[in-house]
Design a protein around this ligand. Structure first.
Ligand code: NAD
Ligand code: IPM
Ligand code: MN
Length: 371
């Protein structure tokens, strides 16, 4: 096993204890390009962090068969305060087994049940919708992250015959549904919008008109938990209608809570409102435990290795991680630098600039270090 690389920010003497320990796993494809830019920006922010790099991903898997080293998840939970991840997925690994074991492994085995995916428009020029301003797009999707169809329960029978049967089960537990719905109400209660106004609505999204067993559980739990939060408006939409509304009028959304699969799909759609997948950040959270932060996008094989991937989603993800670690001042600096990059078009081509991945990362890092 190759040993992890240490890359510590030099701590001021006597400050070692305050250092936050961050595991960095760039992964595959553009993950290997955008994460180094996020790391530069973290270092430029002056955050007291110790970064340890891990080579988990397709290359490692193809080299020695390792996806997650023995004790890997226990080690992450024990030795780190947070994990910064790029993306997993490589055309050479047709089964995608490494992505399943590393990425879904972290989410499931570390029980990171709340996938927090903020949706914010930084500049009107980035939104494909007419007349939509930054103040109009400031919502969050809270995606259940440990259950649903992602458990991959089921099986295939009579494979390769005309009678083949494939069963993909949707697992929803009372505990799992309740904790993500409760998380959504608590998130609404404790978070403001970017303009400082309070959040006030939680919308639960399901497909309970067709999937009545799972939908029924979500409906009952949502009704019960919402009853404890009389100051918060509880709303419901079916996922098909919600998809239409997200494109027609994103102004109406505040906090959206939904299951694993609907949350996955809706957050790529929502990334489209923000300027594309290159702009979307996320956190995989279990309150009080080591949590994991990753951009919403994947490894994007068609653009990998060309220095054209947008690093801002990864950089905004780093800001989210810093904020989670209590480093709000540093997170503010990073977010302000990203806003400036967007406004001044010091960005990659996907959002209208002319810089490469590295150059965009360096520009953002320089802005951060000046603040
Ligand atoms: P993707 O998110 O990797 O990319 C889709 C397209 O969006 C890209 O081809 C590119 O045109 C654009 N894009 C994405 N990120 C961008 C960026 N930072 N800058 C500019 N453009 C960007 O989705 P996909 O093509 O469906 O998946 C590719 C691989 O990534 C698959 O193996 C998939 O399973 C995996 N994946 C991994 C993660 C993860 O690890 N978190 C997330 C999504 C997909
Ligand atoms: C994401 C990705 C993953 C998911 C894939 C790679 C399994 O699309 O993080 O959004 O579906 O959760
Ligand atoms: Mn996805």
């Amino acid at each position: 096993m190759s040993s992890p690389k240490k890359d510590s920010q030099k701590p001021a003497r006597g400050h070692e204890k305050k250092q936050k320990r961050i595991a960095v796993i760039p992964g595959d494809g553009i993950g290997l390009e955008v994460i180094p830019q996020a790391v530069k920006v973290i270092q430029a922010s002056g955050a007291e962090v110790a970064l340890t790099h891990f080579d988990w991903g397709a290359d490692r898997y193809l080299r020695d068969g390792t996806t997650v080293p023995p004790d890997g998840f226990a080690m992450l939970g024990r030795d780190f305060d947070a994990i910064l991840v790029g993306a997993f997925g490589d055309p050479r690994v047709k089964t995608n087994i490494h992505a399943k074991e590393i990425l879904l492994g972290m989410r499931f085995q570390m029980d990171l049940y709340a996938n927090v995916r903020p949706v914010r428009l930084l500049d009107a020029a980035l939104c494909p919708l007419k007349g939509v301003e930054p103040k109009d797009v400031d919502f969050v999707v809270l995606r259940e992250n440990t259950e649903g169809v992602y458990t991959d329960a089921g099986g295939v029978f009579k494979q390769g015959t005309p009678d083949e049967i494939a069963i993909q089960e949707d697992i929803n537990t009372r505990k799992g549904v309740e904790r993500i719905i409760r998380y959504a109400f608590e998130y609404c209660r404790t978070h403001t919008k970017l303009d400082g106004s309070p959040r006030s609505k939680v919308l639960m999204c399901d497909k309970s008109n067709a999937m009545t067993h799972a939908g029924g559980l979500w409906q009952r739990v949502f009704r019960e938990v919402s009853g404890e939060y009389s100051q918060i408006t509880a709303q419901h939409m079916y996922v098909d209608a919600l998809s239409m509304q997200m494109v027609r009028d994103p102004r109406q959304f505040d906090v959206i809570v939904t299951n694993n699969m609907f949350g996955d799909i809706l957050t790529d759609l929502a990334a489209g409102l923000q300027g594309g997948l290159g702009m979307a950040a996320s956190g995989n959270i279990h309150p009080g435990r080591t949590s994991m932060f990753e951009p919403v996008h994947g490894s994007a094989p068609p653009i990998a290795g060309k220095n054209i991937a947008n690093p801002l989603g990864a950089i905004l993800t780093a800001a989210m991680m810093l904020r989670h670690l209590g480093l709000a001042k540093e997170a503010d600096k990073v977010e302000a630098a990203v806003l400036e990059a967007v406004r001044e078009k010091r960005t990659t081509q996907d959002i209208g600039g002319s810089l490469g991945t590295r150059e965009a990362g360096e520009w953002a890092a320089k802005q951060v270090s000046r603040r």
